[in-house]
Design a protein around this ligand. Structure first.
Ligand code: HEM
Length: 386
């Protein structure tokens, strides 16, 4: 299988294995069903073990497809200039990942038709096999941008999980070292048109708008005759100032990044906020959709984690160790926190929104830069150009 693990400079989408032959093939041959459908080797004679195996295999196949899409998206993103047509392709593939993840979330209840007693009947045969050893799951996390330091302690050392599989260790190392989707998205956001200090200077204008908003609110609050209400309002405004301080003061931002509470670079965060504000402008419409899909991916993986952990509690309770050696339910519950959200900052952008009326108006140059096609064409037409 050719898969550009660690090779983001390659051509667009990677290919599957090419065995092209002139001879026609039958359905079963093409899909290698002889291999696929004989790969369900039950270790017990418990009826539900079949469902258990098929469910896991179906997950692994979809994980493979997600990685395939993710790798190709990272290649497209790894370009200095991302053409409009590439953005469309990126959107299409991200959307496909989102739909697959939806399916994976919805698939959990099927396995829940197995009862804990049924599971108990064959669980001992599995040990020490565990989803914890799913290489592809780990690769998806890394390729999206989950960082080792953000993982739960138990989950930071993969050498004790994949110790005897040098290829797995190598693949994980590569996935950690190569630019993740998050890294590439940040580089792209840093180039958002309009951030230039000597140009539109969105950030400077945005800061002025926030100052204006908070100063006006403070002025109003000071007019409140009742002292306790006045103090409450002033305190609230001060809290808002402190929140905005975390984005307007680079060192406050860096402090949050070093604590893992913020992930994006300072400039990338600015780009994301700008896109959020001006998403109705034609050139920001696709980037805005893209940011929404990235949040969908994070949300759906969190939903999968949640469904999985509830299923685990239902099957083995909260006091039994997992077959992979973790504390089981307790460990999995700890992975539900924000530390596993790669695009955490995109969720938190809403904290910094300001009323529409205060969003800095675009200059005519910026308006032109963010418009495409029609306007230019009309201008040409009036100039006698066709
Ligand atoms: C009866 C059903 C299941 C039970 C009782 C179960 C149990 C567990 C437990 C206890 C863990 C923690 C690691 C350990 O083993 O110590 C775990 C991890 C995991 N399981 Fe399952 N599991 C079930 C079904 C599935 C299915 C269908 C998948 C699909 C691929 C899956 C994928 C995973 C993954 C990827 C992890 C690692 C999660 C992480 O480290 O964040 N599990 N599972």
């Amino acid at each position: 299988m050719s898969c550009p693990v660690g090779n983001l400079n390659g051509n667009d989408a990677q290919q599957g294995e090419h065995l092209g032959s002139d001879v026609g093939m039958l359905y079963g041959e093409y899909l290698m069903l002889d291999k696929l459908l004989t790969a369900q080797k039950m270790q017990s004679n418990v009826h539900d073990e079949h469902l258990f195996i098929v469910t896991h295999q179906a997950y692994e196949l979809w994980f493979k497809q997600i990685i395939f899409e993710l790798d190709s998206i990272r290649v497209l993103f790894n370009r200095e200039n991302i053409e409009e047509s590439s953005t469309l392709e990126i959107l299409k593939r991200l959307n496909r990942i989102v739909l697959i993840l939806n399916l994976l979330v919805d698939q959990v209840p099927i396995l829940e038709t197995m009862t804990p007693l049924d599971f108990m009947d064959f669980r001992d045969y599995l040990s020490p096999a565990s989803g914890f050893q799913s290489l592809q799951f780990r690769l998806i996390e890394n390729k999206l941008g989950v960082k080792t330091e953000h993982r739960v302690k138990y989950n930071q050392k993969y050498s004790h999980v994949f110790g005897t599989e040098p290829e797995a260790i190598e693949a994980i190392k590569n996935s950690e070292q190569d630019p993740s989707l998050s890294d590439l998205v940040q580089r792209w956001l840093e180039r958002t048109p309009g951030l230039e200090l000597d140009g539109f200077n969105f950030w400077g204008k945005f800061k002025d708008s926030v100052d204006k908003l908070l100063n006006e609110k403070e002025e109003q609050a000071n007019k409140e005759p009742k002292e306790h209400i006045r103090n409450y309002r002033l305190m609230d405004i001060q809290k808002r100032r402190d929140v905005y301080e975390t984005i307007f003061n680079p060192s406050s931002h860096e402090a949050l990044v070093s604590r893992g509470e913020r992930r994006f670079t300072y400039k990338a965060l600015q780009g994301a906020i700008m896109i959020k504000f001006y998403r109705d402008e034609p050139r920001f419409s696709q980037p805005h959709q893209l940011l929404t899909l990235l949040m969908d991916i994070d949300s759906l993986i969190t939903k999968w984690r949640y469904n999985h952990v509830i299923m685990v509690q239902r099957m083995i309770g909260s006091q039994q160790l997992g077959t992979g050696g973790s504390s089981g339910y307790q460990y999995l519950r700890s992975t539900l926190s924000d530390r596993y959200k790669v695009f955490l900052d995109l969720f938190n952008l809403s904290t910094f929104l300001i009323p529409r009326g205060l969003i800095p108006p675009l200059t005519s140059e910026m308006k032109d830069a963010l418009n495409m096609g029609w306007r230019t064409h009309q201008n040409h037409a009036t100039n006698g150009d066709s």
